[in-house]
Design a protein around this ligand. Structure first.
Ligand SMILES: N[C@@H](CCC(=O)N[C@@H](CS)C(=O)NCC(=O)O)C(=O)O
Length: 222
């Protein structure tokens, strides 16, 4: 049975799961769940994922949601080697720490800024939310100082997760000019991680255009 990924490209989480599938080299059937038309609240989707988030992955009778959990599953179950998700306990622990960083800090702060804009509930950004988003980018810039990668000395699923989020932050109009290491790393992720652009570009562009179309001028200036 093919693997199915329930997905809305506007959601960075969906693009993280798809980008990891492509990097691992596993085929998935993508089924669109349109958040804007509330398809994630449909009864059939709630039966799969009562938390009604995207993405959700179905692999035979195995159902999993949360892009970070999906990333670890796809890399361990289908990865040809352990380069995207190292088996060494210490290396793996750093990858996991950065996945938690993405979920709990970087992506969470993007959501706080982006979600009300995406759903047309606001046209401005609160100062504290904007500051928190830039602080998360400061952390990311620091992580990249040692090796140029988020965890360890090469690309892992932590780079994929953080890069999808960073590319969405860039797409909505945040000013990345003060984050040279982040910009350089994002370029390397786009160039060197298999399938990254295919999974990320279109959704990031759509998210960016939607949000920038709603934002009043200079709201995301640092
Ligand atoms: N930690 C989750 C976050 C997923 C998430 O919050 N997705 C949002 C879109 S960005 C969503 O599905 N929102 C709909 C809802 O929560 O009802 C993941 O990484 O998959």
């Amino acid at each position: 049975m093919p693997i199915t990924l329930y997905f809305d490209g506007a959601a960075p989480s969906s693009r993280i799961a798809l980008a990891v599938a492509k990097a691992v080299g596993v085929d998935v059937i993508v089924k669109k769940i349109d958040l804007a038309s509330k398809e994630h609240l449909r009864e059939d989707y709630l039966k799969l994922n009562p938390q009604h988030t995207v993405p959700t992955l179905i692999d035979n009778d195995f159902i999993l949601w949360d892009s970070h959990a999906i990333a670890t599953y796809l890399a361990s179950q289908y990865g040809k080697d352990d380069s995207l998700y190292p088996k060494d306990p210490k290396k793996r622990a750093v990858v996991i720490q950065r996945l938690f960083f993405n979920e709990g800090v970087l992506y969470s702060r993007l959501r706080a800024v982006g979600t009300p804009l995406y759903f047309g509930l606001k046209t401005t950004v609160d100062r504290d939310k904007k500051d928190a988003l830039y602080e998360a980018l400061d952390f990311l810039e620091k992580f990249l100082e040692r090796t140029g990668w988020v965890a360890g000395d090469h690309a892992t699923i932590a780079d994929i997760a953080c890069a999808v989020t960073a590319s969405s932050i860039e797409a909505i109009g945040a000013d990345l000019s003060g984050f040279p290491k982040t910009r350089d790393w994002l370029g390397r992720c786009r160039k060197s991680i298999r399938g990254f652009r295919e999974a990320d570009d279109e959704g990031a562009r759509f998210l960016g255009e939607t949000i920038r179309g709603r934002l009043q001028p200079h709201q995301l200036d640092r």
